[in-house]
Structure formats: C-alpha cells, structure tokens
Write a protein that binds this ligand. Structure first.
Ligand code: HEC
Ligand code: HEC
Length: 226
C-alpha cells in the first residue's frame, strides 16, 4: 500500500508541473462553448494527418497504435510534450510532436478528447479476462479510475487495442528507454508476463455503459475548466 501511495504522490507532482501556459489556454477554451467549438474545428483540420494511423475519430486503425478518442485532453497534451522533449520516444511521434505548434497541440487534444471510443467485439478467453479484471481492481484503479477512463494525468485504458496495451506494459516492465522516467516502470516491474496478458485482455474489452461514456465525454469537455 505504502509503495502505491508514494507513486501516487509522484504522479500528482507531475500534475503541478504541467505546462502552465497550455493549461491557461485549455481553461480559456474550455470555459466557453463557442471557443471550445472553434478549437475542436481547428483541431479536426490539423488532425487529418493523424487519421492515417489513429483513425479520423481517434479510434486506432492498427493493433499496435493507441486510440486517442475519449482520452483526457490534458493527458494527450502532456504526451505530446514528452515526445517533443525526448522523455518519451517513438520514430514517428517524436518528429511529429516537435513540428506542431503549441496551439495545434492544444486544439488537437480538444478534438480527440471529444470523440467516443468504438466498441470492441473480439472474443476473449474468459478466465484470462477475469484474472485481468481482478488484477486491475486491486492494483490500478487508484490512478486509472474504476472503469479505466483515466484522469487528468493518467491515460484512459478502456478499449485500447490489446496489442498496444501488451506492448506498452512490456516496455515499462523491461525499463525500455522509450518511456524512461515513467511512474509505470516500478508498477510494471511487479507484473509477470501472464499478468500483462491478462490485464491487456481485460482492458481492451472493457466497455463502460453508454451513459458512463456520455458522462465521461461531458466530464472531459469540462476537465480543464474546473
Ligand atoms: C505513422 C503512424 C502515426 C501517425 C501518422 C501519428 N501517430 Fe501518434 N502514435 C503512433 C504510434 C505507433 C504511437 C505509440 C507510440 C508508443 O508506443 O509510445 C503513437 C502515440 C501517440 C500518442 C500517445 C498516446 C498514448 O496513449 O499515450 C499521442 C497523443 C499521439 N500519438 C498523437 C498523434 C497525433 C496528434 C498525430 C497527428 C498530428 C499522430 N499521433 C500521428 C503512430 C502515429
Ligand atoms: C501511481 C499511479 C498509477 C498506477 C497505480 C498505475 N498507473 Fe498506469 N499509468 C500511470 C501514468 C501517470 C501513466 C502515463 C505514463 C507516461 O506517460 O509515461 C500510465 C500509463 C499506463 C499505460 C500506458 C497507456 C498508454 O496509452 O500509453 C498503461 C498500459 C498502464 N498505465 C497500465 C496500468 C496498469 C495495468 C496498472 C495496474 C497494474 C497501472 N497502470 C497502475 C499511473 C499509474
């Protein structure tokens, strides 16, 4: 328990260090329906290029690429910051992030955060899924939320492609430098390969009810305005 409390605190510390200028911009945009709509439209235009991999509505087109739909805008924005600063690396994303202006990054984050996540209909080994559900409940909900919808500084995991989840967790577990410094390193080091398989099977099929999804989209629309 104590270890998770410490991790939680280090997680909160990153909230405080989130780019203040960008946060001010989010507040400004999200506080007004008209401005938010403008940011959404501008984001949609800038996101055209992203759709090749992440899908037009941020529902990924490939199993190793994450969804951006329904993701907290502040998380999306800070993921860009990490690619741009080199704290997180990916061949394509690192170059892309460095080439987008801050305004683009904010608008794109607003656009994707407001998209619903498509339902996943792939069949699954029930025992494995159940094991993953128990693991998630016991270890992960404090930071990622009961329904894995994420929080301001943690990503949504519900409905992410299974292969992406598997890959991300394996990289954390193996201390891969592409995500160096992430709070997830020490958490994933406690997981076995089988745990990772189970929790990925569970999360990729996790579908919050449509009323929960609607409430989440509404919450994301307000998130920065609070
Ligand atoms: C050629 C394919 C490709 C294109 C085009 C692309 N991405 Fe990505 N994106 C990826 C991959 C692959 C990852 C996962 C990287 C990793 O594993 O760390 C990723 C990760 C991300 C993440 C982190 C998501 C998370 O869950 O942590 C964000 C945010 C993101 N992309 C935004 C964008 C935006 C915005 C654009 C358009 C400007 C874009 N991407 C264009 C392939 C692409
Ligand atoms: C102390 C808080 C905390 C706990 C507990 C936690 N996470 Fe995380 N998790 C985070 C943060 C913060 C990130 C974003 C890290 C980054 O950007 O490097 C993250 C990222 C992730 C990612 C990458 C998602 C993406 O879109 O790239 C996965 C997968 C993940 N967590 C799964 C889990 C699982 C499974 C558990 C439980 C075994 C768990 N997390 C427990 C804070 C936490």
């Amino acid at each position: 328990m104590r270890i998770y409390l410490c991790l939680l605190l280090s997680c909160l510390a990153t909230v405080a260090s989130a780019n203040e200028e960008a946060m001010a911009r989010f507040n400004y945009l999200m506080g007004d329906e008209g401005r938010r709509q403008q940011a959404f439209e501008a984001g949609r235009e800038r996101a055209l290029f992203c759709s090749y991999c992440h899908g037009e509505t941020g529902n990924s087109r490939r199993p190793h690429i994450p969804n951006l739909a329904g993701q907290n805008p502040v998380y999306l924005f800070s993921a860009f910051e990490k690619f741009a600063s080199g704290e997180r690396t990916d061949f394509v994303m690192s170059k892309l992030a460095a080439n987008l202006t801050q305004e683009d990054r904010v608008n794109i984050a607003v656009y994707f955060s407001q998209q619903p996540v498509n339902k996943v209909v792939l069949s699954v080994d029930e025992d494995l899924r159940r094991r993953g559900a128990a693991l998630f409940r016991n270890t992960c909900t404090g930071c990622h939320g009961q329904q894995a919808l994420g929080m301001e500084n943690t990503p949504r995991l519900a409905g992410q492609p299974e292969e992406y989840l598997n890959k991300a967790l394996t990289r954390f577990r193996e201390n891969d430098p592409s995500r160096a410094g992430s709070v997830m390193m020490s958490i994933a080091s406690l997981l076995s390969k089988e745990d990772i398989k189970a929790v990925s099977a569970y999360l990729s099929r996790l579908q919050p009810s449509s009323s929960e999804e609607q409430a989440n989209l509404a919450r994301l629309g307000r998130v920065a305005a609070q």
